[in-house]
Structure formats: structure tokens, C-alpha cells
Design a binder for this molecule. Sequence first.
Ligand code: GLU
Length: 503
Amino acid sequence: MAVKKIRVRIAPSPTGPLHIGTARTALFNYLFAKKHKGLFILRIEDTDLERSDPKFEQDIIENLKWLDIKWDEFYKQSERIETYKKYLLKLLEQGRAFYCYHSEEELEEERKKKLKEKKPPIHICEHYQKPRPKNQKSKVRGIIRFRPPKKKIVFNDLIRGKIEFDSELLGDFSIAKDLNTPLYNFAVVIDDYEMKISHVIRGEDHISNTPKQILLYEALGLPIPKFAHLPLILGPDRTKLSKRHGATSIREYRNQGYLPEALINFMALLGWNPGDEREIFSLKDLIKEFSLEKVQKSGAVFNIKKLDWLNGYYIRQKPIAKLTELCIPYLIKNGLIKPKFKTEQYPPAYGAYSLKEEYFITETKEKITTETLKRIIALEQERLKRLDEIGELAEFFFKDKLKYNPDLLKWKNMKKEELKNVLNKLKKLLNEIKEKDFRAEKLKNILMTEAEKLGDRGKLLWPLRVALTGKKASPPPFEIAEILGKKKTIQRIEQAQKIINRP
Ligand code: GLU
């Protein structure tokens, strides 16, 4: 028998920005498809007109692209209404589907009553296979429901194993508001059939929909796809991941300066592991390694420290020119630099701020060359975990007036007099170095020799670092001095002298 072509899909509803859970489902589907040389389909489930918004559809598309999860086919449910209608009419003709004319208030009342009696809050409709009741308020247009046959529904979930449901617990479930407005459980069945979906891989929160969908496949005489339900993503407190735990949309992570490579790697490990200790995986590696057998049943805990660690790793892998381009929008956002041509693009897309553009330091209006920008970024690359940290880490390169507590200049229990002497010494030494020799190596040689003479290097190097950066931690001061240049370096020593002399 010929092996059926693998066709999988992600079916997001555009009712919010691309959620990390949806992105993870997209990734697992994509990996499964690519591993088996199959196709990955993107289907926008926008039949709920009240809750759907084209701006979210855009967000989903844009951010899947940003993650580099590419689809082979694209559909929108709102363009397929005629198709659903055809199948709805078929079920109505067969008498399997029917109009229910109860008003929302009546249904709500029934629901409350059942809950009070500790019965499942389902609706078993007396309008089944009956004409429209005469006494019914004309306002009620009726919705279309499906009457399940009495049976046990059993399916073999590829991740969770055998799952059983009793159809009597489903009640007469709704499948459409009217002929032109199918509801999720119905539209999804028609689409998965028509799009020849071989495997439905989706979040565990959809398990309870699966028996309804299986009954609809059976009623229409359609082949049933295989199902695989992915474990939920949990917050650190082991409850379902939500806004309470922090960012949930890909857009937010992107704005914070996470790289797509890091998010892909991180999301792959939310419920899947390679079976050994490896943790670093590119999209290519994942296509090779992924299998549904290695997806766990239990919830996957979202660990932001791991994401930060992975992001730091991918930041360190970036070529400097690329990383600089990625950091530029954040330097702009922090008000440190300005592009010559005003670009409004935010969030930053790759290449949105190219190194070919001219940039100026906001405070001094001086031009800053892309060479200098690259050197700054290269110095911070090691320490950077998220792109949005660059502003704070590197601000002293762009701000001449540093603000810091004068005591910060003191190494250990240094006295003010001693500090004054050290600053004088630094100024003298730096002044003696020729402009062309103002290079990190040379500065290091001279200043280190001098620092050794003091018996404790910190006595010279600490005040130097603080004078140049206003911070306790920074890249080596020699590198910073080289980038700042002789004039600015000496100015900062003078600034430190003024700061400690302030009454
Ligand atoms: N529109 C559904 C959702 O966004 C799709 C679920 C499914 O994959 O069947 O959750």
C-alpha cells in the first residue's frame, strides 16, 4: 500500500496576536511535516466574525515568517463558507443535524439548573427532528445542532495513547449558528478532510473536541485523520501559562530582543527532547531529530532562564555586523542614537536599520560611524542576553554627562585623598600617550604597569572604569578608552575629579 502523504496544519483563530503556545504547535507540525517530506498548511480560522480581527491575522503571518516557519499552502475559512454549507445541508437532510430554537436565556437557565442538580450542563433538545414550534418567539432564528449516536468513541492518540469518550456526555452539540456561519467543531472537520490532513497535531486543550469531530467524520462518511495532542505549556507554578506569568505573544518576545533562533530552539524543548543531554538545536537539526514518540505527555514548564541562556548563546553566534544591525533599533528606542532618515519601523525587522544608513549620537549630534557602532556591540556581545539590554549596557558610549555616586569611584576603603592622587596620575599618564597610540593594547601595557606599582591593581583600574562608564561592571576599560578616544577619555577623568570635589 502506498504511504499516504503527510499533510499537517496549524489552524489559528485571529482573535489575538500569535501566542507562544500556537507558535509551538506550528513548530511541531512544521517539523513533523518536513521530517517526513510532507506539507505544512496554514489555515486562518476566522469564521467567528465578532472575535476575529485582520490585524491579528497579520500578526500571526508576520511572526510565523519571522520565526522562519514556512507554510506550503494557505487558506482562510471565511473564503470557504459555500463548502461548509454543502456539508451542513447534507447533515440536515439526513436528519442528523437539526435546528434548535431555544433562546439563549432558555439555554442558560437550563444550564444553571443542571449544574445545580450536579448533572453535566448539556442540552438534549426536544426540537430534534421536529418542525419549528409554533409558540416560539419569532426573534429566535435557531442554531444548528448535531445529535450524536449513543456509543463509546475511542481513538488512539499518538502521544497520549488510547482515549475513550461516552457520546452521551456530549449532548446535542452546536455545529453552526446558521447555514453561513459554521462553528469550530464543524468547520475544522470539513477543512481537515478537504485539505487531506493526515495528522491533526494540536494542543491538549482540544482533546475534548476530538470526540465531537470524530462523530462528524463518521456521520459524513469521511476518513478520520490521526490525532496527536501536545502537552500544555505551564508557568513556573505549574498552572497553564497565561499573561500572569509574563509575555505570551511572540511579538512581545521579539520586542524584548529575543532572536528567532533562540525561540525556535526553546519552543522545541517545550514538550520534546532528543532523549539525551543536547540542548542546542537549529531548525535544520530539529527537522532531522524531531519525532512525535519523543513528545512527553506531561505539561511542559516554561523556564525563562533557559530562554535567556539560549538567547545569549545565539547572540554570541551572530556575526558582528548582523548583531549591530539588530541592536540599532534598541539604541534608537533608548534615545541614544538617531538615524539620518527617520524610519518608523517598530518592532525591528531584520535589515530594518542597515549599516549603510548614517547615525548620529543624540546627545552631542556627532556622527557615529558604523565601525564604531560595531566595536561597541562587539564589546558587549559577550554580556548581552536580550537585545533590549543594549541601551543600558552601552549608554556610556553615547552619553558624555555620566551620573553616578562619587563613592563608587573608590576602590575598597580608599580615602578621598588617595583617589584624588590616582585620578591625577591617570590624567597625566593618558595625556602623555599620543593620539595614534590610544589603542587598547598599548593603554593596557602602560596602565597595567602603573597599576602594579600601587600594589593593588584595583586602586588604579577601578576608578578608571567608573570614570569612563559610571558603572560597576563593564567591558575592560582599555577597550572603552580606545573607542571613546583620547579627548573624551581625559574629559571623563576630569569629570570624575569634579564629581569628588563637589561639596
Ligand atoms: N482554531 C483552533 C484554535 O485556534 C484550532 C484548533 C485545531 O487545531 O483544531 O485553537
